[in-house]
Design a protein around this ligand. Sequence first.
Ligand SMILES: *[C@@H]1O[C@H](CO)[C@@H](O)[C@H](O)[C@H]1NC(C)=O
Ligand SMILES: *[C@@H]1O[C@H](CO)[C@@H](O)[C@H](O)[C@H]1NC(C)=O
Length: 273
Amino acid sequence: MAIPYHLCLSHIFLSCLLALCCFSNPALCFKTKHFNLSTMEIRWSAAGATWYGSPTGAGSTGGACGYGDTVSQPPFSSMITAISPSLYRSGKECGVCYQIKCTAHPSCSGKPVRVIFAQEDHARPIQHILILVERHLVGAMANPGQEGKLRDAGVLPIEYARVACDYTGKTIAFHVDQGSNPNYFAVVVEFEGGDGDLAHVDLKEASNKTVDGWRMMQQSWGAVWKLDVGSTLKPPFSIRLTTQYSRQSLVASRVIPDNWQPGATYRSLVNYL
Ligand SMILES: *[C@@H]1O[C@H](CO)[C@@H](O)[C@H](O)[C@H]1NC(C)=O
Ligand SMILES: *[C@@H]1O[C@H](CO)[C@@H](O)[C@H](O)[C@H]1NC(C)=O
């Protein structure tokens, strides 16, 4: 459950609108490959937004992507949003970056706000596109001094557009899942610049000199990828990422060291942007 039930209860309940995925935006249903989000023209689509959480807090931690406490720390820092299942797509959208803006309400500034999808909002009907934002992000879309009016407006009609993720020089990090052991390795991948999403994750034991020594990891849930080969894996490990949107690959060489520990985070030297 991405958003605790008690938070769901405290929501402003949605009553109206909300676009249908495939009808309003075919691009969401038929993903086009080999585009470059950094250079592509921004294309806005309609959605609804409502808010949860405290004025400044990062909302619930954990969530359907598996980022845990990192959502409250830079560079994620409270830019986290939850999305309805039609957008979440079984975790394929974890880490993807969007701009959202509101234009319909008189208190909207129209200024885009950058957000990262990191949670799934199960409480919504599957065909609706609803972006659940933190309370302060609603304020960020308002004209100065009119934050309260937007927060009281119920479900806000907004527009959203996918954009490249930019972590301003921060490199990709790998957080080793607590349940990992010498025979089973699971990892959360964080802060991928550019596309922000992942189609494939492969692991290679650095000692394996065969050209195709890469072992395909499976998406466990959200941003968590696992490898369960049934035999002991010999570290250090290199990890190869391939994004979904533009199919770009990148290798974090020997990013998981000899003495890796469950629960530890290892920073790579690479990123897409
Ligand atoms: C996308 O565009 C950016 C900025 O022009 C460039 O740095 C990057 O290499 C491009 N990526 C691809 C896959 O072409
Ligand atoms: C190297 O990796 C391949 C592919 O995963 C695997 O089949 C092979 O057994 C590995 N070789 C060694 C020496 O570990």
